[in-house]
Design a protein around this ligand. Structure first.
Ligand code: GDD
Ligand code: MN
Length: 360
């Protein structure tokens, strides 16, 4: 029989939390036809293997193992899209979310709300499980930023624990940004109609096993996701990131050029060294930030570096060629230069996106 409720759990390095979570769901969801889908990004600790082991004896447990991918939001999306149930919930796999709230969340949506959100800041909720003063502060500024953009006021728009009808999720899914950790906010910002939200208070527990994966890059992805939503996807996020990294590359180039000035190697040689250094740095930054969710590793990393340098060299030739043509056609010095650079960036971005970081 098709389950009535699918609980989607994105995991990365949560092996020891899988079995306790299934036990808890079993107790919390008595009387409901449920299933749980672990969406694991090929965790080195073998989280997926643990989920499969349990799934062999329990048909309510499923697992999607993603290879070469990273990201909480995109994992949540894929888990929901693998479901045929009427209702879906998304929750963390580290036991910080209180699964006993699920039946109340389900009732709220059955009673007519579009989405039920487990809130740490609603009356009766608690965020004590956030580790440290800084996490609290960052969380508060995130809530303010989010509420400034939302049509509805939410006490906890940063929650990662919510429940809704699957067909509603599927309608919004094509517009989701899928970046970073904040899939709920993404959903609220991507829906054409404002959603009616029911808040269910939750005690956010402290983490017992494993560690948090939220880091500076995840926060940068949060800013990127908000930008994507405010500009209505006008500029692809990856292009913005790529262009910013390019700006850092220019600074690096000039620094190397200045640093090697007194060496007597001559301008041309120094310029070559500075160019190679800037390309290397750009490759590394793009691999770590712009293409974080498809990051190249091992031998693919070196092949990628060579390919990236080749692509950028062609970009530089195009840049100079076009700028020169424009200059000869009497566009001014600066506009011709800027146009050449712009075309170089677009070329580098478009070609490296398809050749260097193409999806395997
Ligand atoms: N598949 C996958 N891929 N899962 C991931 C990834 C990833 O790249 N990164 C994290 N996860 C999983 C973790 O394994 C965990 O089950 C869940 O996502 C939450 O990750 P944590 O690293 O524990 O995040 P947190 O506790 O700092 O913050 C979470 O809880 C907040 C409170 O509800 C996030 O879900 C926030 O979005 C949420 O607001
Ligand atoms: Mn956590």
């Amino acid at each position: 029989m098709t389950p009535y409720l699918t609980v989607v759990v994105p995991t990365y390095r949560e092996r020891d939390n899988v079995s306790p979570l299934v036990t808890r769901l079993d107790a919390a969801l008595a009387g409901i036809a449920w299933e749980v889908v672990f969406v694991d990004d090929d965790s080195p600790d073998g989280t997926y293997a643990e989920a499969r082991r349990i799934a062999r004896d329990d048909p309510r447990v499923r697992c999607i193992r993603r290879i070469g991918r990273r990201g909480l939001s995109s994992a949540a999306i894929e888990g929901v899209l693998s479901s045929s149930a009427e209702y879906v919930a998304v929750m963390d796999g580290d036991l910080q979310h209180d699964e006993t709230r699920l039946p109340e969340m389900l009732r709220a949506v059955q009673a007519g709300s579009d989405i039920a959100v487990a809130s740490r800041h609603a009356e009766g909720g608690d965020a004590a499980g956030l580790s440290g003063v800084w996490r609290h502060r960052i969380s508060q500024s995130g809530i303010r930023a989010a509420n400034a953009m939302l049509a509805v006021r939410l006490s906890d728009p940063m929650s990662g624990f919510f429940l809704l009808r699957r067909d509603l999720f599927e309608r919004v899914a094509p517009r989701l940004s899928g970046q970073g950790f904040k899939i709920l906010l993404d959903l609220l910002l991507s829906s054409r109609l404002p959603l009616h939200v029911a808040e269910v208070p939750m005690m956010f527990a402290a983490r017992e096993m494993g560690e948090s994966k939220l880091d500076v890059l995840v926060m940068a992805q949060f800013a990127g996701m908000l930008l994507d939503k405010t500009t209505h996807g006008l500029l692809p996020l990856r292009f913005v990131s790529f262009a910013l990294v390019g700006g850092v590359g220019v600074l690096a180039h000039l620094s190397v050029l200045t640093a090697l000035r007194g060496t007597g190697w001559g301008f041309a040689a120094t310029q070559v060294i500075a160019t190679i250094a800037a390309m290397g740095l750009n490759f590394w930054l793009n691999n770590a930030i712009t293409y974080r969710s498809d990051r190249l590793r091992g031998p693919a990393l070196w092949r990628g570096l060579l390919l990236f340098m080749a692509v950028c060299s062609v970009g530089a030739i195009a840049n100079v060629g076009i700028a020169r043509l424009l200059y000869q056609a009497h566009s001014g010095w600066t506009p011709a230069g800027a146009m050449g650079a712009a075309i170089g960036v677009v070329w580098n971005y478009a070609v490296s996106a398809t050749l260097v970081w193409r999806r395997r």
